[in-house]
Design a binder for this molecule. Structure first.
Ligand code: ADP
Length: 266
């Protein structure tokens, strides 16, 4: 009787070990499949983003080469489009390189005491032309006498570019973007606010994950993207010991606020 009892216990224990093992194998296979799917989606999204400007550059340059464009005005328009698409392409490549550097832990930061308003103004000036052409209203509210903050200029320019690109991309009919700077409880902040499609609460915690993209909703589904922009933003802000706050109302717009440590004492 004693031996039978022991045998039953051993068999039950072995079954439990087997079941745990099977569960681990299942979990690993499931994660591998998910990762393969994410990688394939990323490659397809990036290829899609690269394909459009390439096709346009090809088409416009071929038309010019064939001498089909006779007026100087039209030629200038074509050159401008080629230039614009080439810049778009190069930004996309820069974004991927920046992501890869961050992933490999190779991105280095050069910190210096900086006037954040000056950086914001510099970034905004590169968008003015686009805002005008795409009928965007952009309002700025830059607080005066902000203390200097310790940041890597290039990295923060990357962050602002990503946030403004998203604000443009995910704005539907109301094309209004607000950029504010100021001080809240001794921390200097920069806010990029849009009146676009907004982000559902359940997605708000996930949008900073690498490759995560929201695909529901008409505009979100059709907007091109790679799902790495906000991941880059998060890495850079973390490296600055800063914080990002997202406030969004689905269908009404989103606001991304970056908080930086300032020399002010509380
Ligand atoms: P993507 O290349 O897809 O834009 P991001 O990492 O920049 O990648 O953003 C991740 C997701 O967060 C986007 O797919 C989008 O659904 C959502 N998102 C980011 N910014 C905004 C915004 N300003 N308004 C609405 N949705 C946004």
């Amino acid at each position: 009787n004693e031996r039978r009892k022991n045998n039953i216990i051993i068999v039950v224990l072995m079954d439990i070990v087997l079941l745990i093992g099977a569960w681990f194998v299942y979990r690993n296979v499931r994660n591998e499949i998910k990762l393969a799917q994410i990688k394939s989606d990323f490659v397809s999204n990036v290829s899609h983003e690269i394909k459009t400007p390439l096709a346009l550059i090809n088409m416009y340059s071929e038309t010019l080469e064939m001498g089909r464009i006779t007026t100087d005005e039209k030629k200038i328009e074509y050159y401008k489009t080629i230039n614009k698409e080439a810049r778009r392409l190069s930004r996309m490549v820069d974004k991927i390189l920046s992501f890869s550097k961050i992933e490999n832990g190779k991105r280095e930061y050069i910190f210096s005491q900086t006037d954040i308003n000056e950086i914001v103004e510099r970034v905004i000036s590169t968008y003015q032309h686009h805002f005008k052409n795409s009928n965007f209203i952009c309002e700025f509210n830059l607080a005066e006498d902000l203390p200097l903050i310790n940041i890597d200029e290039e990295a923060i320019i990357d962050v602002l570019n990503n946030l403004i690109d998203n604000a443009i991309k995910y704005s539907d009919n109301t094309k209004l973007i607000e950029i504010n700077t100021g001080i809240k409880a001794t921390r200097v902040y920069v806010e990029v606010k849009d009146s676009g499609i907004g982000i559902k609460e359940k997605d708000q915690a996930l949008i900073f994950d690498k490759f995560y993209r929201v695909t529901h909703g008409h505009l979100a589904h059709h907007a091109k993207g790679s799902g790495i922009g906000l991941n880059i933003v998060k890495h850079i802000i973390d490296s600055h010991n800063g914080e990002i706050e997202v406030q969004s109302s689905y269908g009404h717009g989103s606001s991304f606020t970056l908080f930086f440590q300032s020399p002010l004492k509380s």
